[in-house]
Write a protein that binds this ligand. Sequence first.
Ligand code: ADP
Ligand code: MG
Length: 404
Amino acid sequence: MNTYFNLKRIYYIGMGFVIAAMITGLLWGNPHFHQMDSTFMMHVLLVALVSLCLLMYPAFRNRVMKTVLISAAIAYFYTIFFLYPDTWSTFIYICLIPAISILFFDPKLFYLTLFMNTAAITSIVSYVMITQKGGLYVLIKQDLIGNMINFFGSQIILCLLFYLTYLRIKKQRLYYEQIQQAERIKTAGQLAAAVAHEIRNPLTVVKGFLQLYEQDSSYNEEAKKHFALMIDELDTAEEVISQFLTLSAPSKEISMEKIKVKESLYNVVGLLHSYGLLHANRIELEAEEECTIAANQMEFKQLCINLIKNAIEASEDGHSVLVRAKQVKHNVEISIIDHGKGMSEMEIQSLGTPFYSLKSKGTGLGLMICFNIVKKYKGTIRFQSVKEKGTTVTLQFPLYEEMM
Ligand code: ADP
Ligand code: MG
């Protein structure tokens, strides 16, 4: 807020000087002043117009206003160039016209100004040459080529200046947006953690009571079987919530462990089994023994859960998902293969972008998290997909022995 007011003040002070200079030019030593002829009136009109535009600009900062302002400035500079052929320095202003639009950081406006300026100078020079007014505009005529080269040179410099500054500003804007997005993810994560925590507490209480009843002899065997089942289900729910909590609090100390890939995948598949059954999708696991990698157990599971879940969600009811793990040279290769709806080349390019999701209830965070985990443990992830045919996601991690 403060900087805005400061900027506004600087703007008005600067414009005060500009307007004062224009009025001085109008009144001081102006050969047309005493005649009060149409030339002078034109000059007065343009000074008034430009001043008005400059003063009104902060109140209406839209594109129309900007275009009007630039057009007024162009008209003003060309008019004084025309009216006072003896003042060579007005040519400098003409060269600098596009610089005004640099201030607005609007590429379209800038290129339009550049174009208008070049067209105007070309027509003026042609006019002077054709109508044989070279006598009046001595400065143009004397070194026509040199002046034109200087004019075009100055336009190229301004163009470069604008382009480089524009790129920089754009980069900064992008960076700012990324920071904002990261902040959003953080907030979402914190909220998720809070909710997960709130759910875990009542679950623990219910589980405790069920365990008590399970040991209570007043219940018959049939009821006790049901208690055991309920406890099992609650365990699964707890497990899911724990996974979720590790996901939303990734900065906690995370240890590297030796992970037996087959065992870990077996757990994950078990966890997702009921999810797959919801849509009659089976998950098949083919894993070689003895594949081990170095990573954090929870994160590795999180990675596989996200990928297999995506595969199930992409598959039609009844199709199965294949998870395969094998050793390839010094790496462990894990493939998750589905025969679902697949992705186009463009869609693959967008994967991992936060909030990129084609699902109505998707978060678009799953793959972003996956990419981070893969990178962290020096692995690679590759997507091969054919639209309507299916997708194969291939993970590769260095063997445990290679990492240690
Ligand atoms: P979400 O699952 O919440 O949508 P993800 O980051 O996990 O977010 O996935 C992003 C998008 O990538 C999905 O919405 C989906 O369109 C696409 N996608 C991921 N995996 C597959 C797959 N196996 N088959 C087809 N599309 C997929
Ligand atoms: Mg997903």
